[in-house]
Design a protein around this ligand. Structure first.
Ligand code: ADP
Ligand code: MG
Length: 335
């Protein structure tokens, strides 16, 4: 009797295990968000597209400069909203990256981003004096949070979280998928990526690093290199998609908070791997501000962080060169 019972229990267990296995499959959700695409692949028991969309919506409601109702937009219009956890989490990380990069990354760069025509306002006519006066509003140390409200040391300070929000959204979606039991997943929001585990063929995920070819349409996807990884948070920043020419001078969307000017040097794109995608995203922007040599020096001294920099060769601006930090190969491998 006990034997028969055990057999039934055993058969039930086998059924459950096999049942679980066969219930799991790979889902693929894609769409548009934050002015770019998202593409999310994961192994699970059911389609989570609605939850994924809600997750990204939560980020947009907190951090978008372009969504008039967002927390950031309210702060930029002078209001004093209650700060949701998503905002506080990203703010804390942004402040840390500002410290690490000596202010090369700085979310208070918003007035300059606007003035140069890359924000939510139209481009202004800029004199040196105007740039100087805007620069006086840019310093992350002028902000802190108390009791879930933002305290500004000066009025007129504005926030631009565009260089960290997409990375955070990848972390946020990946965390959601993991809470639903997904061990194998690839979250890609506009080229910022969180990859874990294996793809549907049982292999590490392939992640492309785009060639920095001038392309304001964002449709050219020629690849410089493809990496294969089963555990990485990676983000890229470049000056080849969001730029314009003014009197023959290229104005790119990365602003050096120290000079108030769009950066102009031979570094064309920076890809960073780090312990989270939001950190990778913010550091990639900081690398673009710092330029090749200082970016390599910075990343080399940060633990668990690597970078892949593509720059125009000094001899011929048409030839692309690549420099990687010492930890790069190890960090993109499986872990
Ligand atoms: P992408 O949006 O192409 O992924 P980034 O992550 O580098 O590129 O974000 C660029 C955006 O970040 C700019 O369009 C601007 O809104 C903002 N930004 C520009 N310069 C800085 C800076 N020094 N620190 C923080 N954010 C910046
Ligand atoms: Mg960035």
């Amino acid at each position: 009797m006990i034997g028969a019972f055990s057999l039934v229990v055993f058969a039930g267990l086998v059924f459950l295990l096999l049942g679980n296995d066969t219930d799991k499959r790979y889902f693929h959700n894609r769409g548009a968000v934050f002015g770019t695409y998202y593409s999310v692949t994961y192994e699970g028991e059911r389609d989570l597209h609605d939850s994924i969309r809600r997750c990204m919506h939560e980020v947009d409601e907190a951090l978008s400069m372009f969504n008039a109702g967002s927390v950031v937009a309210q702060l930029n219009s002078g209001a004093d909203p209650w700060l949701p956890p998503v905002f506080e989490q990203v703010f804390a990380e942004a402040q840390q990256v500002s410290e690490l990069t000596g202010g090369a990354f700085d979310i208070t760069v918003a007035p300059l981003v606007n003035a140069w025509g890359f924000g939510f306002k139209n481009k202004q006519q800029l004199t040196d004096a105007a740039i100087d006066s805007l620069r006086s509003l840019v310093d992350y140390r002028n902000l802190r949070i108390a009791n879930h409200h933002l305290l500004k040391a000066k009025s007129g300070i504005m926030i631009d979280a565009s260089a960290i929000a997409k990375g955070f959204a990848c972390d946020h979606v990946a965390a959601l998928l993991r809470r639903h039991g997904a061990e194998n997943l690839l979250v890609d929001i506009g080229g910022e990526v969180v990859a874990r585990g294996l793809n549907s063929s049982g292999e590490p995920w392939s992640i492309g690093i785009t060639k920095p070819i001038d392309d304001t349409t964002g449709t050219v996807q020629e690849l410089q290199e493809v990496i294969r990884s089963s555990g990485v948070c990676m983000a890229s920043s470049g000056n080849y998609r969001n730029f314009y020419f003014e009197d023959g001078v290229r104005r790119s969307h990365t602003i050096d908070p120290r000079t108030g000017m769009p950066v102009s040097h031979s570094l064309l794109s920076a890809t960073v791997v780090a312990s989270s995608c939001m950190r990778a995203d913010a550091l990639a922007t900081a690398c673009m501000v710092l330029g090749t040599d200082s970016a390599l020096a910075l990343v080399s001294r940060l633990p668990d962080t690597g970078c892949y920099l593509i720059f125009a060769s000094p001899s011929s601006s048409d030839t692309l060169s690549v420099a990687t930090s010492p930890g790069w190969s190890r960090l993109i491998g499986s872990h």
